[in-house]
Design a protein around this ligand. Structure first.
Ligand SMILES: [Zn+2]
Ligand SMILES: [Zn+2]
Length: 347
């Protein structure tokens, strides 16, 4: 038995062998973070089945990641490697650990500046606002990233790894580090890392980045290394205070496709559902399906999720890049969430 497992493992290429190790490590990290979220919650009472969990898990984590991996590696990086790959072998002779460290630090430096740029450019804000739209931030909330943001950032992340001649196993190792660190900084864990927060970024600062507070609209851009925020004057870490408001100061669609449409054209989800039968049929599909399952299997009712009050603030302290949408979009208030559910449920 053990011999056949060993023979199977050694018959795989090094990337597959590495993936067989990184995948269980990823699952282990998820389990550890989930336990820590329950034991030491940053915000008490945040449910596991929080608002938007299914959108983040099914659409962003599985559907979008799968498609974009094919696009980025198959249609962008592979042609680049075919054209330039054999000429650049700058890091080939380095130990794997040095290669991983080099790409983690350089990409993290890039992502700090691109993230900061996204917060100050009206155009690029539209590729980032989805990431800020969740009002209940937890281990999976970081997966919510606009497709264009992922295409840009992952191409810039993985193309150099391939083009500079890194060991191919750097790709799955780097992907594991990204996933675990990304889940960690968004996790609802009350971490107090003291002086370490000057170097290693964690939920302490990144949860503030997801707050709807004027003082953090242009702060805490770091992902893995908090050092960039401290170096470039964008760190915000108040003593003993936690955010009171989360997410965006304006109404934002709840649905994966709706969120991407909203980045191109502003629209009011509730008003559209009120006058378009087609949109209503599509918009209410998941709710109707889950209600149907829930009626037959009571235990499955948990999958319907919870209704969350979406108090759009009447006073918006500072506009997000490009200004906060005004008119019907901004007018969507506390009634929006409940009417959405009644529209969905009754259609
Ligand atoms: Zn941001
Ligand atoms: Zn985030």
């Amino acid at each position: 038995m053990l011999e056949s497992i060993s023979a199977f493992y050694h018959g795989l290429d090094p990337v597959m062998q590495t993936t067989l190790i990184t995948t269980p490590l990823l699952l282990l990290a998820v389990a550890v973070l989930l336990v820590l979220e329950r034991l030491f919650p940053y915000r008490k009472g945040l449910p596991f089945f929080r608002e938007g969990l299914w959108v983040d898990l099914i659409w962003y984590t599985f559907f979008q990641s799968y498609l974009l991996r094919i696009l980025i590696f198959g249609f962008i990086i592979a042609p680049l490697a075919a054209r330039f790959g054999s000429q650049l072998h700058l890091v080939s002779s380095w130990p794997v650990a040095a290669q991983v460290g080099f790409f983690v630090i350089t990409h993290d430096f890039y992502i700090y500046w691109f993230h900061r740029f996204q917060h100050s450019s009206a155009f690029f804000w539209r590729t980032h606002e989805a990431h800020h739209s969740g009002k209940q931030v937890d281990w999976l909330a970081g997966s919510r990233s606009h497709a264009l943001e992922i295409i840009i950032n992952q191409t810039i992340e993985f193309a150099p790894i391939v083009l500079l001649g890194a060991n191919p196993i750097v790709v799955p190792i780097k992907a594991l580090i990204d996933a675990v660190w990304g889940m960690y900084i968004h996790a609802n864990i009350d971490v107090k890392s003291g002086k370490l927060q000057y170097v290693i970024n964690g939920p302490e600062m990144h949860l503030w980045h997801h707050a709807d507070h004027e003082e953090v609209y242009y702060a805490n851009f770091s992902t893995k290394l908090a050092i960039w925020d401290w170096l470039f004057g964008t760190a915000f870490l108040p003593d003993g205070r936690k955010p009171e408001r989360w997410g965006l100061p304006y109404a934002f669609p709840k649905d994966y496709f709706g969120q991407h449409v909203f980045s191109v054209r502003r629209y009011d989800e509730v008003a559209l559902a009120a006058h378009s039968g087609w949109f209503r049929a599509y918009h209410g599909l998941r709710w109707r399906l889950l209600s149907w399952v829930g009626q037959r299997v009571p235990a499955a009712r948990v999958f319907q999720g919870w209704e969350v009050r979406e108090d759009a603030h009447t006073t918006v302290p500072a506009p997000r890049p490009g200004g906060n949408p005004s008119g019907p979009v901004a007018a969507v208030s506390a009634s929006a969430a409940s009417s959405r559910f009644s529209v969905s449920a009754s259609s």
